[in-house]
Ligand binder design. Structure first.
Ligand SMILES: [Zn+2]
Ligand SMILES: [Zn+2]
Length: 333
């Protein structure tokens, strides 16, 4: 069985998952990414007609007589709510069963759909599904954090080509997530303000890294972007939790996300990318020092020994230049 193990020195957790070899993978060769993708594949578990190959359906959005979005449990996940949350000693080390929950949001019935070309209403439905699922998972026993991410393309580590988003929920808040929260709390204790609201305000004031702005959202390449064309989408009004986004806000968010992805596509071709939704831990949805946001990282550069050794990323494209190109692409629409 899979288990969490803690690095005694850094307090980071890893999952040791020896039985993950059997999960489906139709996306091995990088060259496949540039080839033509068919709208339907008989051997794809997420294509219509193969619904029985997935785990129990948790949510379905229908349009007409076909489904538009389906959510299923990730049956190949190392995490399960059947496991125990108890930490156990192993000598002086700490480990735990891999308690948690994982699900997959199948974003479209069409195998070759990409987020960048979805209709606005479809994208909005997807953002609403994100909220519904995250809210429901937060109610599950012992869940402390809900993490949503999307891997697109072989360089982003995707194992299935059919368009999908993944959600992972855990009883453990890893240091990678906890550390920035603690720094944000310190900033609040020093200045009495949300550090993210301060950053967003400054990016809007300086303008040079802004890519797009609508009534509710600001899109920019951050001042200290780690990688070329790294993008953030932040709500402009303070909000620690994605669950608290209103229907009207999500409609504006689909506009901001759609334009952001299309501009990235226009500038970089069809890049592999990771999209991550960062939101407050369960129970901290109303705190004044956290602020939810999307991070989008096109996988153009590969972190190497320097980055692994130092934790300092070398970004060969200044975010001012990335933003200028992306902004021009948004303006050309
Ligand atoms: Zn498919
Ligand atoms: Zn804020």
């Amino acid at each position: 069985m899979s288990e969490f193990r803690q690095n005694l020195a850094t307090k980071e957790w890893v999952i040791i998952a020896p039985d993950r070899g059997g999960r489906p993978r139709d996306y091995c060769a990088e060259e496949e990414h540039s080839g033509m993708v068919p709208p339907y594949r008989a051997d794809c578990p997420f294509c219509p007609g193969n619904e029985a190959q997935t785990s129990d359906e948790l949510l379905r959005i229908d349009r007409g007589d076909e489904w538009l979005i389906r959510v299923v449990e990730n049956k190949f996940s190392a995490l399960s709510t059947d496991h125990s949350v108890a930490r156990r000693k192993y000598g002086i080390f700490l480990k735990s069963d891999s308690y948690g929950h994982a699900e997959v949001i199948i974003e479209s019935p069409r195998h070759n759909d990409v987020l960048v070309s979805l209709e606005l209403s479809h994208l909005e439905d997807l953002l609403r599904v994100y909220r519904m699922r995250m809210a429901e998972i937060s109610m599950m026993k012992n869940i402390a954090i809900v993490m949503l991410f999307r891997n697109y393309g072989p360089r982003a580590g995707t194992s299935l080509e059919h368009p999908h988003t993944q959600i992972i929920a855990s009883s453990i808040i890893p240091p990678h997530i906890r550390d920035p929260f603690q720094k944000a709390a310190l900033h609040y204790d020093s200045y009495g303000t949300c550090v993210y609201c301060d950053m967003i305000g400054e990016e809007i004031r300086q303008q040079e890294r802004m890519v797009y702005e609508n009534e509710y959202y600001a899109v920019f390449c951050p001042f200290a972007a780690r990688t070329p064309y790294e993008l953030r989408i932040y709500p402009k009004v303070h909000n620690a939790s994605y669950f608290w986004s209103s229907k009207e806000e999500l409609s504006y968010l689909s506009d901001a996300l759609g334009r952001t992805l299309r501009s990235m596509h226009a500038v970089l071709g069809n890049p592999s990318y990771n999209l991550i939704l960062r939101t407050s831990p369960v129970g901290d949805e109303d705190v004044r020092y956290l602020h939810w946001y999307f991070v989008i990282v096109p996988r153009i550069t590969t972190p190497a020994g320097f980055e692994m050794g130092s934790g300092i990323y070398i970004n060969p494209v200044p975010p001012e230049r990335s933003a200028e190109e992306l902004r021009e692409a948004v303006g050309r629409e």
